[in-house]
Design a protein around this ligand. Structure first.
Ligand SMILES: [Zn+2]
Length: 250
């Protein structure tokens, strides 16, 4: 899906959004309740008797940018400025945010940029975000953005039209080789995540293993998934390989 928003329209949107969301002289902050911080996590569970320490984090809406897009949006010579380190070493939430404009002039006024920069720009939304924005974003694994919808990103110095890259990030688990060996899984396998919460326990199938030497064991789900099982109040989280269908075909 390709989309064009003319420049005057964008400028008008920016002005109205700044009026609505920014205190005088302040910067746009995500609202506290509807937009939890990136990589918010449950209370620590695991690492008992030498077992991996399972962490389940909600990855709130965010975007990844190329170096080129950082300069267009934030000005020539600009680089991402780390604000908060994420649990995975080397990754951070940047100080910068962008406004995202969708079709029919709908927009999200403040979407956090995550660093470091990447070879392509990508916007990751929860289903609810994509409804607000009016974009029918497909569930995709990060990087697999061929044929996905685009959007317009607006920064203080300029705008970028993405022809593709708007996705609902598919649930996945980062882990290192030791974790993978412990669970008996390999990169690309699917796992199952069980969340026990009062009156809203859930089982998530299709949790993709993303194994990397430097990764720490961490499941990433989006805000809709995290809210549905009330992750913050979960009493237990458990990760296991996807159960195999039994030999009789059931
Ligand atoms: Zn992740």
């Amino acid at each position: 899906m390709s989309m064009t928003v003319d420049r005057t329209q964008i400028e008008a949107l920016v002005r109205s959004a700044i009026r609505q969301t920014q205190p005088p002289g302040g910067s746009a902050l995500p609202s506290a309740s509807a937009n939890p911080p990136v990589a918010k996590s449950s209370s620590p569970l695991g690492w008992v008797d030498g077992k991996p320490n399972l962490r389940v984090s909600i990855s709130a809406r965010h975007c990844h940018l190329t170096d080129e897009h950082v300069e267009i949006l934030f000005g020539k010579g600009s680089v991402l400025e780390p604000d908060k380190d994420l649990y995975q070493d080397g990754f951070y939430a940047a100080k910068q945010t962008v406004m995202v404009v969708g079709p029919r002039r709908r927009m999200l006024p403040s979407v956090r940029v995550l660093g470091p920069t990447r070879a392509f720009s990508q916007l990751e939304l929860a289903f609810t975000d994509s409804i607000s924005l009016g974009i029918d974003a497909p569930v995709r694994h990060s990087g697999n953005i061929e044929g996905t919808p685009g959007c317009v990103l607006v920064g203080p110095a300029g705008t970028v039209q993405l022809d593709q890259g708007v996705i609902r990030a598919a649930r996945h688990v980062h882990m290192n080789d030791h974790d993978a060996a412990y669970f008996g899984v390999a990169n690309g396998d699917m796992m199952q995540l069980l969340i026990k919460s009062a009156d809203c326990s859930m089982t998530f199938d299709d949790v993709l293993v993303r194994a990397d030497k430097a990764a720490k064991l961490e499941v990433h789900i989006d805000t809709d998934e995290g809210n549905a099982c009330h992750l913050d109040a979960a009493s237990e989280v458990h990760l296991q390989p996807m159960p195999q269908p039994c030999a009789c075909g059931h």
